[in-house]
Design a binder for this molecule. Structure first.
Ligand code: PSU
Ligand code: MN
Length: 312
């Protein structure tokens, strides 16, 4: 039931670096037309970083890995669903279209053997009790490295980090000691590990897997020139008041909060979101290069795997 684009299949077969990209950020995370521009831009950033981009989404009842430009345009411009593991089967069964969340994208990436994935901010624990993103369980389950700017700033970020610890998801700070705060560069929450080179990043993931530990790893990359924490906090408070007043529930909560933040900040949160998405795609591409050049012990190195990119 998973449609793997032939060029992505070929790249994976020959051991070339591939980066998965999600599409809920396109369908529900950003306003039009910035969403489509961003989708195409992220693919270019991954390609410039020496890896093949594979954007994941659901089109006419098929879970597709490696959407083409026409499919991306449809997802960016049509009213489509938001697919997570709990509704993915239903959307496929009725032949629908959807953006895939981090959780659904991780499932697809793992199913086809993609090890590197870039998103903006991950879902996590909301302030309202029992609203916890399926992203957390998926990070704990699928052997993929997710590059993010930390949990989205509308969340209870400290609780989200605690849950990642409970779930045994390694959270690695990219050139930073504290968890990235999505729209703010760094939070004051210390991380269990910091790395400063791509080789250390790849080695950390390989060690996690070689120890027989399940699931993936979360890379936390602070955005440059993020918002001041106090300013953001006041906008987040207002965004929650807005969402509560409108009675938003369930999978509508995250998109509504992000839209409210964009309005409060006169678009500044969107500009930061676009910037961190590009930075994460670039880091994921470079990491994919190193992972392709250093496959796990036991797996044969690809004959023509590229040398790791040194630019970062
Ligand atoms: N990152 C962004 N913007 C987004 C998302 C991530 O910069 O809109 C999406 C991801 O697809 C993530 C989802 O999986 O938001 C989380 O939604 P929820 O909180 O309902 O699990
Ligand atoms: Mn939720």
């Amino acid at each position: 039931m998973i449609d793997l684009a032939p060029h992505v299949a070929e790249a994976l077969r020959s051991g070339r670096p591939v980066v998965a990209l999600e599409s809920t950020v396109v369908t529900h995370g950003l306003p039009r037309p910035a969403n489509l521009e961003l989708a195409l831009r992220l693919e270019s950033v991954v390609a410039e970083g020496g890896a093949l981009p594979a954007t994941v989404g659901v089109v006419d009842g098929r879970l597709r890995v490696g959407l083409d430009a026409g499919e991306l345009e449809r997802l960016a411009t049509e009213a489509v669903d938001k697919a997570s593991p709990w509704n993915l089967g239903a959307i496929v069964a009725r032949g629908g279209c959807a953006g895939t969340t981090v959780a659904a994208t991780l499932h697809a990436a793992a199913a086809v053997g993609i090890e590197a994935f870039a998103t903006g901010g991950i879902g996590g624990i909301h302030r309202d009790a029992f609203d916890e993103s399926a992203d957390l369980a998926a990070l704990a389950r699928y052997p993929v490295v997710t590059v993010s700017a930390g949990p989205k700033s509308v969340l209870d970020v400290a609780a989200t980090l605690e849950r990642l610890e409970t779930l045994g998801v390694p959270v690695v700070g990219w050139r930073s000691d504290h968890l990235a705060g999505f729209h703010v560069g760094e939070t004051d929450l210390p991380l269990p590990a910091r790395v400063d080179t791509l080789e250390e990043l790849a080695a950390t993931f390989r060690a996690h897997r070689a120890l027989g530990l399940p699931g993936g790893m979360l890379v936390s990359q602070p955005v440059t020139d993020g918002l001041d924490a106090a300013t953001l906090r006041s906008w987040v408070e207002e965004a929650h008041v807005d969402a509560r007043a409108r009675g938003v529930r369930g999978k509508g909560v995250t998109p509504a909060l992000l839209a409210a933040l964009a309005e409060r900040s006169a678009g500044e949160t969107i500009a930061i979101n676009l910037r961190l998405l590009e930075a994460n795609a670039s880091l994921a591409a470079a990491l994919a290069g190193v992972l392709a050049a250093t496959p796990p012990a036991g797996a044969a190195a690809a004959p023509n795997s590229p040398s790791p990119k040194e630019a970062l």
